[in-house]
Design a protein around this ligand. Structure first.
Ligand SMILES: *[C@@H]1O[C@H](CO)[C@@H](O)[C@H](O)[C@H]1NC(C)=O
Ligand SMILES: *[C@@H]1O[C@H](CO)[C@@H](O)[C@H](O)[C@H]1NC(C)=O
Ligand SMILES: *[C@@H]1O[C@H](CO)[C@@H](O)[C@H](O)[C@H]1NC(C)=O
Ligand SMILES: *[C@@H]1O[C@H](CO)[C@@H](O)[C@H](O)[C@H]1NC(C)=O
Ligand SMILES: *[C@@H]1O[C@H](CO)[C@@H](O)[C@H](O)[C@H]1NC(C)=O
Length: 539
């Protein structure tokens, strides 16, 4: 079942050629929520705010009573007329349809005579308070568009609170207090909605206007939506645009008229006199013949219709939005953050269409180093893929590791990144800083780490000097080669040629008493030279 005027020109979209696409993209978010109307000037588009029509919301609610067994008639009981304690021939009997007063009768068709109504049990247990909570739940956010009107069959309660929830009944806020004596009942000064203004419109008041007991003719209690609208739209709501302008910009105001549940807390029945007549407690009870709640599905201005299916209301979202209230962008349409549409029709308002991540990609900025972007759902962001020219980053705006920024090149220059060229032997890794400086190992220096600090010499990277011609002389006639090693005469060994080769071998002071190095065969000598520090020679 649709609760809407459903206006859309989706069919038109299909026929549009791709050549027109850029033009239509610009105007794309204007294409729903308008209809062709016939005027004196011919056919013209009439733009409307994207919202379902206001309707009778009592058709879609669930009602719950607390205490659950508070409805009269089980067991059957008789009750007296409110105004006449001696007229007690009325009977409530839940098992007899004509005498039953179940809660559904608050929402049935009115205008029948006698009227049908829900009725509570009587105040038999006085002085224990007779209290009832009537909870109306929609399981859906709705926006109220007209006064809430509660019609009592008996007298109007002495004390009552109308409450609202915005979170499906988890938390509740008072909407309005009603009492014959506000100060006594709620410690509040009595006020009327007419005492409010644009600035105080959100104030929660206690009113005595609707609680004068059964002695007056009126049986009705209002929660005044229209009077509150009138602060913005003028006395006869002529200037709705002004109200809509306010609603567009003020979330608090929007929220004030938004509910998921309403709760009527009946705190004390009509007594009508100063004291409760304890001899005739069957005079006191609550009876409600009708509750009117007009409103519309809240779809955040992104839907013109609301579907009622499986006893559940759901917006039929447009503008590539989704969710029960069109409260978020569809998957792959998070090209920009979600926001509500506008109460004002186009062209004054905006549809705030969710744009496909793909359309956003046409702005895909990669400084010419890539022509492809990708939408990352998790981060809700768009990034360049396969950045060329040694660039990287969301917009290819950074240099790959091992490259640094060419200060004289623009971001879109092919030469924007220069290789670090860190010397692989002299540097810790292949990355450099913004001016191309590499990180050097100890003893190493230079932007590329290919030079040695004093006291070091290059030998597969910088090594601390072994010998030089100043302090670290090679001894016994050895010569210093590139500061990294001494080339020793045959008989000597050690880093600085400081040791006799025979000492090393433990063969110098032999029993022959010879002080000179042993003379081996030329072949043995060659072997010794090749082995350098040879092991002990055993003869
Ligand atoms: C009505 O609801 C209020 C708030 O949750 C609770 O304190 C109170 O006991 C309820 N009254 C009845 C009669 O269930
Ligand atoms: C939703 O997105 C589709 C592209 O997937 C586009 O054709 C259509 O016009 C969009 N709807 C609106 C209202 O922007
Ligand atoms: C959404 O709508 C508001 C109010 O109409 C407007 O100020 C805002 O610029 C819109 N945002 C986008 C992204 O169109
Ligand atoms: C830096 O960019 C400029 C301008 O494109 C270019 O002429 C120069 O060769 C680049 N430097 C290097 C080291 O690539
Ligand atoms: C790179 O390192 C060198 C040497 O440490 C330093 O002088 C230079 O300021 C650094 N450049 C940047 C951009 O950090």
């Amino acid at each position: 079942m649709y609760l809407s005027r459903f206006l859309s020109i989706h069919a038109l979209w299909v026929t549009v050629s791709s050549v027109m696409q850029p033009y239509l993209f610009v105007w794309g978010h204007y294409d729903v929520c308008k209809s062709l109307i016939y005027t004196e000037e011919g056919k013209v588009w009439d733009y409307t705010a994207c919202q379902p029509e206001s309707t009778d919301m009592t058709k879609y609610l669930k009602v719950k009573l607390d205490p659950p067994d508070i409805t009269c008639g089980d067991p059957p009981e008789s009750f007296c007329a409110m105004g006449n304690p001696y007229m007690c021939n009325n009977e409530c009997d839940a098992s007899t349809p004509e005498l039953a007063h179940p809660p559904e009768l608050m929402f049935d068709f009115e205008g029948r005579h006698p009227s049908t109504f829900w009725q509570s049990a009587t105040w038999k247990e006085y002085p224990k308070p007779l209290q009832v909570n009537i909870t109306l739940s929609w399981s859906k956010t709705i926006e109220l568009t007209d006064n809430i009107v509660i019609t009592f069959e008996s007298g109007r309660p002495d004390q009552m609170i109308l409450e609202k929830s915005l979170d499906y009944g988890r938390t509740w806020q008072p909407y309005q207090y009603y009492a014959t004596d506000c100060l006594h009942a709620f410690h509040m000064d009595p006020k009327s909605v007419k005492d409010l203004s644009q600035h105080t419109v959100l104030e929660i008041i206690c009113t005595e206007e609707y609680s004068t007991g059964y002695s007056t003719n009126s049986k009705i209690i209002h929660f005044e939506i229209k009077d509150r609208f009138a602060f913005f739209a003028g006395p006869r709501l002529r200037n709705m645009a002004s109200l809509y302008g306010q609603l567009d910009t003020t979330k608090k105001l929007r929220d004030f008229f938004t509910v998921t549940d309403l709760r009527i807390r009946l705190l004390r029945p009509a007594v009508g006199e100063l004291f409760v007549d304890e001899l005739h407690l069957a005079r006191y009870f609550y009876a409600i013949s009708d509750i009117k709640v007009r409103g519309r599905c809240k779809c955040n201005l992104h839907a013109t219709s609301c579907l009622y299916d499986n006893s559940k209301l759901t917006c039929e979202c447009e503008h590539n939005t989704t969710g029960p209230d069109c409260g978020k962008c569809k998957k792959n349409y998070q090209g920009r953050p979600w926001s509500p549409g506008s109460y004002l029709p186009i062209p004054k308002g905006t549809a705030n269409t969710s744009v496909p991540a793909l359309d956003y990609l046409s702005n895909c900025e990669c400084f010419g180093h890539s022509n492809r972007c990708s939408y990352i759902d998790l981060l809700n962001t768009v990034i360049c893929v396969s950045c060329k020219h040694n660039t990287r980053g969301q917009h290819c705006e950074l240099c790959r590791l091992g490259y640094f920024r060419n200060a004289s090149a623009q971001l879109d220059d092919e030469n924007v990144c220069i290789e670090c060229y860190c010397n692989p032997l002299g540097s810790i890794h292949d990355r450099c800083n913004g001016s191309g400086y590499c990180e050097c190992k100890t003893g190493t220096t230079g932007p590329k780490c290919d030079e040695c600090l004093p006291g070091n010499s290059w030998y597969y990277g910088c090594q601390p000097n072994v010998c030089d011609n100043e302090l670290l002389h090679c001894q016994n006639g050895g010569t210093c080669q590139n500061n990294v090693r001494c080339a020793c005469p045959d008989a000597y060994t050690g880093i600085l040629c400081e040791k006799l080769r025979c000492e090393e071998a433990g063969s110098c002071g032999s029993s022959s008493g010879q002080g000179a190095p042993p003379r081996g065969s030329p072949a043995l000598l060659l072997l010794t030279m090749l082995l350098g520090t040879a092991g002990p020679l055993v003869f």
